[in-house]
Write a protein that binds this ligand. Structure first.
Ligand code: HEC
Length: 231
């Protein structure tokens, strides 16, 4: 009698255990949480939205607590200059027609361009600009159709556009070089290989000379005036 009773009790215990184990499963088959506050910080978290993560809390009080936000559409990083021409044949043509190097030509700019060329371009385009870079010479890269030489018909805009987006087998360099650096490269290639040296911008120097001349003229007038009064 006693035994039968025990037997029943143990069966009951098994059933209860099964029920309790299965009923404690949370939605999505996740294990039950013991003291959820320990996992889900009541503090605002930078990258985690706990409410959303488990889908447990539908209340807006709990969800949407993440602090690190996706930027508003159209946001650009500080210092970044957008480039207005599209990566299409039409964009290439338009950039070629309309874009002018906004950077004044100088020897320093060409020097910077030379340095960049040595880091990013020389392994394909080569030291002489004829496509004799080490990658090409060792057969790792097919011959380069563009030879930088006098007479090469390429506008500044076309060159800039190509460095920005790439062309044919050449990849985009927009993520490695900012616009200023790309324009420096354009100056360098034109000056060094295409022998197209733009006239150095002399407007600033002329303005300084004009100012000095005006001052001298004024001073001479003053001297003349005092002399006239003196006599
Ligand atoms: C991986 C090899 C490779 C590298 C690196 C490379 N280029 Fe090129 N480049 C090419 C190829 C190939 C072409 C020919 C593209 C075409 O017309 O199909 C080309 C073409 C060009 C042209 C002609 C553009 C035009 O409008 O036809 C310019 C300018 C140029 N590259 C500049 C650069 C500069 C500046 C760098 C360094 C920042 C550079 N390239 C790095 C392979 C390369």
């Amino acid at each position: 009698m006693k035994r039968k009773y025990l037997n029943r009790l143990s069966k009951l215990a098994i059933v209860a255990a099964v029920i309790s184990i299965t009923s404690c499963q949370e939605e999505g088959g996740l294990a039950p949480e013991y003291m959820p506050d320990m996992y889900r910080s009541p503090a605002v978290e930078p990258y985690v939205d706990y409410g959303e993560l488990r889908g447990n809390y539908s209340d807006a009080k709990y969800t949407d607590k993440m602090t690190a936000r996706q930027s508003v559409e159209g946001t650009i990083p500080r210092g970044f200059q957008p480039y207005g021409y599209e990566n299409t044949p039409e964009g290439y043509q338009l950039a070629g027609q309309n874009l002018k190097n906004p950077m004044a030509y100088s020897e320093d700019v060409v020097k910077d361009g030379e340095e960049l060329y040595g880091m990013m371009c020389v392994h394909c385009h080569g030291k002489t600009g004829q496509g004799d870079g080490t990658l090409v010479e060792r057969g790792k890269f097919p011959p380069i159709p563009t030879k930088f030489a006098p007479g090469l018909v390429k506008t500044e805009g076309e060159m800039f556009h190509t460095i920005t987006y790439g062309k044919g087998l050449m990849g985009s360099h927009a993520s490695q070089l900012n616009q200023e650096e790309r324009w420096k490269l354009v100056h360098f290639i034109r000056a060094k290989f295409m022998e197209e040296v733009p006239a150095i911008d002399t407007t600033a120097a002329v303005a300084v000379v004009e100012e000095v001349v005006a001052e001298v003229v004024e001073a001479t007038e003053e001297v003349k005036e005092t002399e006239a009064h003196g006599h």
